[in-house]
Design a protein around this ligand. Sequence first.
Ligand SMILES: [Zn+2]
Length: 82
Amino acid sequence: MTLFCTNCGKEADKNAEFCPHCGEKIVEDNLVKEYKKNVSHTKNPNPDNIIKRKVKILYALVTLFFVILFLGSYILMKTKGY
Ligand SMILES: [Zn+2]
């Protein structure tokens, strides 16, 4: 059985505990398969990630709105003062 490094993906000796290429700890083949499955899973964003991204954009817009509101009232106060 050949083991593959989960960090660099290169072949490593089955008796080796650490990858000779990058020094990452060697895991068994089934763990590599699991790792690859996880990688392909992240390529297809699930609805949770899309919602989180939308929430982030919403937060950015709300922050921007308050900044504009603050600056607007600040300028208004200054112009009223003069
Ligand atoms: Zn490696």
